[in-house]
Ligand binder design. Structure first.
Ligand SMILES: N[C@@H](CCC(=O)N[C@@H](CS)C(=O)NCC(=O)O)C(=O)O
Length: 243
């Protein structure tokens, strides 16, 4: 069976990597069974055979693969008879654009809304690494990055405008049914859905309606994923009961 190293929080069931979500949806789309292995930021040794230190990492029959985009290409190349993630070279080119748009435009405007919550969610052994590596990358403290919430919400709405217009007109980025472009966008937003204390999407928007449809795919696979909100509620209830 395929094995996927998937970023997990303190709660091993909390899976919040936007890139791992892209790969998990791709595997479900292809109908490939996989074992999902919880992985923490500092657990570099576990994925060392992939030759780098980031997840998703997929192990297929002894072959170590990394990078969500390369994994998607591999899955279509090596399992061509299973439902395609890209049905044409044109779909692949459009999905490549969506990947860059998500990484360069969308993830940066989601970050100020959820980075501190991510810090709360990461495993104890990852906390110091998470703070130091993110603060080095962003050149500011986590608190400074997340200081301007209203501005961040406005920036998100601005960045999402082309997607709002598109998903107001078509059911999926893949047309009538999802393709890998949908999973790229979904993974990016699922990061915020799993982590954010409150919804980041305007519930009346076309993007939100599309997101709900994506949560329902594959028998509600992504909807069943635990969120930080639920985890915190369960902990709060347990604390109340223990009083
Ligand atoms: N371009 C890569 C990005 C993967 C990536 O950045 N993954 C993050 C988790 S969301 C990671 O493993 N980070 C490890 C670290 O920061 O040390 C992909 O598409 O897979």
């Amino acid at each position: 069976m395929l094995k996927l190293y998937d970023l997990a929080g303190r709660n091993p069931e909390l899976r919040f990597s936007p890139f791992c979500w892209r790969t998990k949806m791709a595997l479900r789309h292809k109908g490939l069974a996989f074992e999902s292995v919880p992985w923490r930021f500092t657990d570099k040794a576990a994925i060392a055979p992939s030759g780098q230190g980031r997840v998703p990492v997929l192990v297929d029959n002894g072959r170590w693969l990394h990078d969500s985009w390369r994994i998607a290409l591999y899955l279509d190349d090596h399992y061509p008879d299973l439902p395609r993630l890209f049905r044409s070279a044109g779909e692949r080119a459009a999905a490549r654009f969506i990947a860059d748009w998500c990484d360069l435009a969308l993830l940066p405007v989601l970050r100020p809304l959820i980075l501190l919550a991510c810090y709360d969610a990461v495993a104890d052994q990852d906390r110091r690494y998470f703070r130091e590596s993110r603060e080095k990358m962003l050149g500011r403290s986590l608190e400074a990055v997340c200081a301007e919430r209203t501005e961040a919400e406005q920036a998100l709405a601005r960045v999402l405008t082309p997607m709002e217009n598109t998903l107001g007109a078509v059911a999926h980025l893949g047309g009538d049914s999802p393709n890998y472009a949908d999973y790229i966008l979904f993974g990016s937003l699922q990061w915020a859905h799993v982590i954010s204390p409150k919804p980041v999407l305007d519930q009346a928007s076309a993007v939100s309606r599309w997101f709900e449809r994506m949560l329902g795919l594959f028998d509600g696979y992504a909807r069943e994923a635990p969120t930080l909100r639920e985890t915190m509620l369960v902990t709060a209830e347990r604390n109340l009961q223990a009083r």
